[in-house]
Design a protein around this ligand. Sequence first.
Ligand code: DUC
Ligand code: ZN
Ligand code: ZN
Ligand code: ZN
Length: 485
Amino acid sequence: MGSTVIRNGTIVTADLTYEADLLIEGGRITAIGRGLTGDEVLDATGCYVMPGGIDPHTHLEMPFMGTHSTDDFASGTRAAIAGGTTMVVDFALPSPGQSLLDALKTWHNKSGQAACDYSYHMAITWWDRQVFDEMETVVRDHGITSFKHFMAYKGALMVNDDELFASFSRCAELGAIPMVHAENGDVVAELQARLLAQGNTGPEAHAYSRPSSVEGEATNRAIMIADMAGVPLYVVHTSCEEAHEAIRRAKMQGKRVWGEPLIQHLILDESEYAHPDWDHAARRVMSPPFRDKRHQDSLWAGLASGTLSVVATDHCAFTTEQKRNGVGDFTKIPNGTGGLEDRMPLLWTHGVGTGRLTMNEFVAVTSTNVAKILGCYPRKGAILVGADADIVVWDPQKEKTITAAAQASAIDYNVFEGQRVKGLPRYVLSRGHVSLRDGALDTHEGHGEFVARAPQGPVNRALSSWKVLTAPRPVARSGIPASGV
Ligand code: DUC
Ligand code: ZN
Ligand code: ZN
Ligand code: ZN
């Protein structure tokens, strides 16, 4: 690969906006300045040159609810690049009882198809001594420093509070970050049973079975458990005010807690489930479900104020045929929606385009904050000499209407169908390779590399009560009472 220069653009990072060219050699940024020359010149006139997006939450080819999500690492990473995302973080998912290291092998086999760089979080779906031991190998030998816990999906992936506390405590020892899917799985299971018994079998009942309070309760509980374990906490797909409120409160108390809204929850609302077409509503079934405007406003405010940290997709794409498994029983509709290709253009359009977010905030929540929280900054998420050349050249004037017909995702619909976006990539570079050029993809299966991440040091502790709880002092007493008082 020869050298490439990105010329005449405006560099936008999480904290700076300035005019400069970039020189890229060997997949990395090697110079930032004016008048740079190279073998190939990409014209960025009128464009913003930003770190490529990092989606911290995808499920590619995920075995789930009796099927597999249809976008795999090949189609999923093509979709990512088409929308300006140059790294995805997927979830290695051991089935209950399966070794973490076995699950890791399965994920490494699948991700060989990736067209952009990727990493994994490891899911903790069961608990015993073997899991405890393997967590250390996962962190130290494999560079996976975040562990996901499902507080929902009772009888499948859900772990209980004792398991959460044990795993969170282990994360604290290892300098790893626990993550939670925060919904009260016991209450959801009970509400599902009641709704079905009452004859509520359609996709709208999915939303009734997962009210915002089940998310608020679980978020609050996870924060408290993390604090007792002395560890920070990353809350995935924060979708409602109650969960956001718990995160805000924790931050005000000095706890390191991060919230991750999804682009779907920012843009789409619960009225989608009232649509008269069963397919339309079922295609939008995901957990947590879409919410009303009050919750959306809360999420946007959190991104602007910094109480919410990153925007993800939870990309978990099922075809209409797969969704139809739930005809007659909403609990059998595979949960998940797509969004990888649309996250950046939609967030730009509805965030920067409306004045709700600055360009620098856009870069922070789509890339830099993710890299910092997950331990791969400044290799990723930065425009700095020495950083990987994962770059998006963003044309703020370019427009399109989102359609399934034109998407890279392998499914047969798009939940954002018909939405107009203004702000799209002109070029996308994945470690220096120009993978999108004026709307045309030039991706290579297998170009993507696994990104090993570093554990965080003791400085990354939660700040409130951990010292008391992890180092109890025995009470000194003068004598032993005669009776067992
Ligand atoms: N939610 C979804 O909608 N799909 C995948 C897993 C999840 O938690
Ligand atoms: Zn989830
Ligand atoms: Zn998920
Ligand atoms: Zn090529």
